[in-house]
Design a protein around this ligand. Structure first.
Ligand SMILES: *[C@@H]1O[C@H](CO)[C@@H](O)[C@H](O)[C@H]1NC(C)=O
Ligand SMILES: *[C@@H]1O[C@H](CO)[C@@H](O)[C@H](O)[C@H]1NC(C)=O
Ligand SMILES: *[C@@H]1O[C@H](CO)[C@@H](O)[C@H](O)[C@H]1NC(C)=O
Ligand SMILES: *[C@@H]1O[C@H](CO)[C@@H](O)[C@H](O)[C@H]1NC(C)=O
Ligand SMILES: *[C@@H]1O[C@H](CO)[C@@H](O)[C@H](O)[C@H]1NC(C)=O
Length: 697
């Protein structure tokens, strides 16, 4: 008996891993979608079409394995994640790695940039402003995300994980404070601010040399520093923060390269804006109406901006604030090591059918259920970050051919739906629509990944500040009360796996501002999620099995509607060749100036140049070689493409480079790379090179 005990003890000692020694893989890949003529996703503005690139989109993958269980977390520079996109990635993963990565252990989250191409959502409502489904976007995103995961998978090393957090006060504001104030006073008193200011970080350190190989930072803020007049593809404030952090740790690398992978990921950003100057009536300079965000009854003039002098500067200011705090935390000694087993839990839930018991304020128990998805009137008004997000007046005229194609399928809501969503006045009763196919998802993915004492809650939409706080509390207390680690921290991974618009609290819902009008499963949506995630957390800690739930429909197998037109052909005109420079840079530029060159171009959609670039800025080095100092993934460069209209199929690429402080004086040139589509068929690569110019101090 004693011997047995001793040998068991010995086994326990020998197999017990050294503190927090996990196998971790990190990987990053370019996932930039079609940068021209596809509507950017987020503001739902049909005419906000891509016209080039400011920052490339990246996917960042993190694999955690404790020797028996593996989880995969990916954050992607996309507006959100759709079930169709996650499925496309899973198909590639299963082809390569069998059942290693499944819906159960793979969490895919979007950063919520509003300046990246859409058309990958599949559900009709979310693809309308993109003129329907765009296969090129879906493929670019799925391929890029898969490549990031593959790199992480092939790079597993022994690593320790640390968690830490700090406040970033000056990087977000609440854009619906009137709704936030509907939450009970006692609850609001627990918090100093009406948004979450905490930046929560996981740091991954290789055991071999004790150096960081990656970090994930979660911070609640909409990636809408770039407003709805922007047409350049960009990962916006959080994407640029990632590039800054990666440049810090990969000092020799161009953006998107180097082994350190640093992410800024989305959280409970539903009612959170980066436009720190707040909204004003841009026509009069007066404050907007507090409850309705209107100016004399009109919403289109009430617009938030700042803190920079223009949107590019605002994007940078927010990015730098997040990056600086993250950098501090990476060297902060008060970080706590993540320890304990890795676990995951996942369940599909049909929200309109889900019933839960909730406790009313007077203590009585009531059984509630989710509603069929519907959007309220407040949704059409948009937000102060982008008024009129869904312009139905425009859409009901001939301006949107896709809308015209599908509008005949819209039916008025049934009395039961009106009751269920009350007090939301229903504008679009999407949940009952089955033609041509699903308009908004009914079955959602709910999921928790647990790294020892750190839980990542994957949520299928945009939780408001208070919704996120309540859900985190629910999960944390479920973990601890069921015997889980009492030092557990929880973070909310926003816009994960399925997209179902917003989740406001019951109290916020009563005011029907934008976030509430877009809470598609009705007033009790959050309470239903709290009940679901409580069950998930309990099952996770206790190790009990949980019902998998109903499988969502696979829309990708349908004949998806699309009015996205293909590139017909490109023309260089009679006297030019593709890549010819039609406007040379000046002979000499000073630091602080912007230099530009214009080239005869082909359509960027002919080849997305994944993991490559549409431009380079090159410096002449001593031995006569040119070395690349910037690509189209740099903040300092802009690649802008336009059809010139003079000759059919003709277009130009303008490449701009902002010559900033760190640039060394010397001789430089600008190059452009692209592909043109020949009128008789075939796609051919070309390149062009500007005259050289000098940069003087
Ligand atoms: C580490 O972070 C804590 C909390 O933010 C802060 O109080 C402390 O000053 C930081 N320490 C260092 C060395 O930066
Ligand atoms: C967007 O930002 C630009 C500045 O970069 C500003 O001129 C413009 O008015 C803004 N537009 C909207 C609709 O916010
Ligand atoms: C308690 O509150 C609920 C909803 O607010 C209401 O329907 C119910 O009648 C109340 N019960 C009592 C006993 O007052
Ligand atoms: C957490 O649990 C440990 C024992 O596992 C106990 O010593 C400690 O007091 C607990 N901490 C809190 C905050 O409950
Ligand atoms: C740069 O120049 C050296 C010496 O002239 C040459 O060996 C080398 O191949 C060049 N590198 C590139 C990238 O062209």
């Amino acid at each position: 008996m004693i011997l047995q005990c001793i040998s068991l003890l010995l086994i326990a000692i020998t197999i017990r891993p050294t503190i927090g020694a996990y196998q971790v893989g990190v990987g990053r890949a370019d996932m930039t979608g079609p940068s021209a003529e596809i509507t950017l996703m987020g503001y739902a503005k049909l005419d906000q079409k891509g016209c080039g690139i400011h920052l490339r989109q990246f996917a960042r993958a993190y694999i955690f394995d404790d020797g028996t269980t593996r989880v995969l977390y990916v954050t992607a520079d996309a507006c959100m994640i759709s079930h169709g996109l996650r499925t496309a990635v899973i198909e590639k993963l299963q082809e390569a790695y069998g059942q290693t990565y499944t819906y159960e252990n793979f969490l895919l989250s979007g950063t919520h940039t509003h300046s990246a191409p859409g058309g990958f959502l599949m559900d009709v409502l979310y693809d309308i402003t993109q003129l329907g489904f765009c296969k090129q976007t879906l493929d670019a995103y799925a391929d890029g995300i898969f490549r990031a995961i593959k790199r992480a998978h092939e790079n597993m090393v022994e690593a320790r994980i640390f968690m830490n957090s700090a406040e970033v006060i000056n990087a977000n504001i609440n854009r619906s404070p009137a709704a936030y104030e509907k939450n009970p006073e006692e609850e609001r008193k627990k918090y100093q601010y009406n948004t979450d200011k905490t930046l929560r970080q996981l740091k991954i350190v290789a055991v071999s040399d004790d150096k960081p190989i990656g970090a994930i930072n979660w911070y609640a803020v909409h990636a809408v520093s770039m407003n709805n007049t922007n047409c350049l593809v960009t990962s916006d404030n959080v994407g640029y923060a990632s590039i800054l952090l990666e440049s810090e740790y990969n000092p020799e690398s161009l953006p998107g390269q180097g082994s350190f992978v640093g992410a800024f990921a989305s959280s409970n950003l539903g009612d959170v804006s980066p436009n720190l100057n707040g909204p004003i009536c841009v026509n009069t300079g007066e404050p907007c109406d507090y409850e309705t965000s209107t100016c004399n009854g009109e919403n289109k003039y009430c617009i938030a901006s700042g803190p920079g002098k223009d949107m590019f500067e605002s994007e940078e200011v927010i990015a730098v604030r997040l990056f600086e705090k993250s950098k501090e935390l990476l060297v902060n000694e008060s970080s706590v090591e993540v320890t304990g087993p890795i676990k995951f839990v996942h369940q599909w839930v049909n929200m309109p059918e889900k019933t839960v018991d909730i406790q009313n304020a007077n203590g009585s128990i009531e059984t509630v259920h989710g509603c069929f998805p519907a959007m309220g009137y407040g949704f059409a008004a948009g937000t102060t970050d982008g008024p009129g997000e869904f312009d139905f007046r425009q859409a009901s005229t001939t301006d949107n051919p896709f809308w015209n194609l599908v509008r005949d399928f819209i039916f008025p809501p049934e009395p039961e739906d009106i009751d269920c969503h009350y007090p939301k006045p229903i504008l679009m009763n999407t949940g009952r629509l089955t033609v041509p196919y699903s308009w908004q998802p009914k079955i959602v993915s709910t999921q928790i990944l647990l790294l020892g004492n750190f839980a990542i809650i994957g949520v299928p939409g945009e939780f408001t500040t208070m919704s996120g706080r309540r859900l985190r509390d629910t999960v944390k207390s479920a973990i601890i009360s069921n015997g889980g680690d009492n030092t557990s921290e929880v973070v909310l991974a926003g816009l994960s796996n399925t997209y179902t618009s917003y989740i406001a609290t019951y109290e916020e819902y009563q005011l029907q501002r934008y976030e509430a009008a877009a809470t598609i499963f009705g007033p009790h949506t959050l309470q239903i999620y709290q009940a679901i995630y409580k069950e998930l957390a309990t099952a996770l800690v206790k190790g009990t099995k949980i019902d998998a739930g109903p499988t969502p429909p696979d829309l990708s197998k349908l004949n998806l509607l699309s009015l996205v037109t293909p590139v017909i052909f490109d023309s260089a005109g009679w006297f030019w060749n593709f890549g010819d420079v039609v406007e040379q840079p000046p002979k000499s530029v000073k630091i602080g100036e912007t230099v530009s060159a214009k080239f005869i171009a082909g359509h960027p959609r002919n080849d997305l140049l994944s993991e490559k670039t549409f431009l380079t800025v090159e410096k002449l080095v001593n031995n006569g070689n040119w070395t690349i100092v910037a690509t189209d993934a740099n903040y300092e460069t802009r690649f802008r493409w336009t059809r010139t209209g003079l000759i059919k199929g003709a277009s130009e690429a303008e490449i701009q480079w902002v010559v900033r402080d760190k640039v060394e004086p010397g001789t430089y040139r600008i190059r452009h790379f692209g592909n043109y589509k020949y009128i008789l068929g075939g796609i051919y690569a070309y390149s062009g090179t500007s005259d050289s110019f000098t940069v003087v101090a």
